[in-house]
Write a protein that binds this ligand. Structure first.
Ligand SMILES: NC(=O)c1ccc[n+]([C@@H]2O[C@H](COP(=O)([O-])OP(=O)(O)OC[C@H]3O[C@@H](n4cnc5c(N)ncnc54)[C@H](OP(=O)(O)O)[C@@H]3O)[C@@H](O)[C@H]2O)c1
Length: 173
C-alpha cells in the first residue's frame, strides 16, 4: 500500500455517540420503559439526537411512543422477519453503521446495544440519575470500560418529586 493510500476503515467510520440515562445502581429500564420521567432529559435527548441516524435495539424501538421526527431509526434485531414502519432494519453492528451512510450515529440503547457499541463509541452523553432505582435492565458505568475524559458536567437538583441528575459528556481519551 502506498504512502498516500488510506489504510484504516476507522477513518470512514461515522462519529458514534452513545446517549443514555443511568441510575446510580446501573438501572436504565423497567418493564420495557424508562423508570423515571425527566422532562429536561427528554429535551436534551431530542437536541442531541436531532438530525442523526439513531441506532437502537428492537425492544427500545418498541418502547418509543412513536417515530421520533427528524431522526432515522436503525433497529437491530436477530429476527430476519422483523419489520416496522419507519424502522431501517440491521442484523449486526456493521450493517447498522453501513445503513447510517456516514451520518453521525446516536446509539440510544438499550443495554444490549450499549454493550455492542461501547467499544466503538467516540463520545457518551450520559445522564446520571443520582438515585438507586428499581428496574430490570442495567448497564455498567461506562467509565469502567476504556479511558474517557469528562468534558462537561451539569448538576440538576431534585425537584417536584423527581430525582437529582447530572448531564455528563465523556469523550474517548
Ligand atoms: N435509560 C435509557 O437511556 C434507556 C435507553 C434505551 C432503552 N432503555 C430501556 O431499556 C429497556 C430496553 O432495553 P433492552 O436492553 O431490554 O433491549 P434493547 O437493547 O433495546 O433490544 C434488545 C434486542 O435487540 C436485538 N439485539 C440485541 N443484540 C443484538 C445483536 N448482537 N445483533 C442483532 N440484534 C440484536 C434483539 O432483538 P430481537 O429480540 O428482535 O432479535 C434483542 O432482543 C427498556 O426498559 C427501555 O425503556 C433505557
Amino acid at each position: 500500500m502506498g504512502c498516500g493510500a488510506r489504510q484504516s476503515s476507522a477513518m470512514d467510520r461515522p462519529r458514534i455517540t452513545i446517549v443514555i440515562a443511568r441510575a446510580q445502581n446501573g438501572v436504565i429500564g423497567r418493564d420495557g420503559r424508562l423508570p423515571w420521567h425527566l422532562p429536561a432529559d427528554l429535551k436534551r435527548f431530542k437536541a442531541l439526537t436531532m438530525g442523526s441516524a439513531m441506532v437502537m435495539g428492537r425492544k427500545t424501538f418498541e418502547s418509543l411512543p412513536g417515530l421520533l421526527p427528524g431522526r432515522r431509526h436503525i433497529v437491530l434485531t436477530r429476527d430476519p422477519g422483523w419489520a416496522a414502519q419507519g424502522a431501517e432494519v440491521a442484523h449486526d453492528v456493521d450493517q447498522a453503521l453501513r445503513l447510517g451512510g456516514g451520518e453521525p450515529v446516536s446509539v440510544i440503547g438499550g443495554a444490549d446495544i450499549f454493550r455492542l457499541f461501547l467499544p466503538l463509541a467516540d463520545r457518551i452523553e450520559l445522564t446520571e440519575v443520582l438515585e438507586e432505582v428499581q428496574g430490570d435492565t442495567c448497564i455498567t458505568d461506562p467509565r469502567e470500560r476504556g479511558r474517557w475524559r469528562e468534558t462537561f458536567n451539569e448538576d440538576h437538583a431534585a425537584a417536584d418529586g423527581r430525582p437529582a441528575f447530572s448531564f455528563v459528556t465523556l469523550e474517548r481519551a
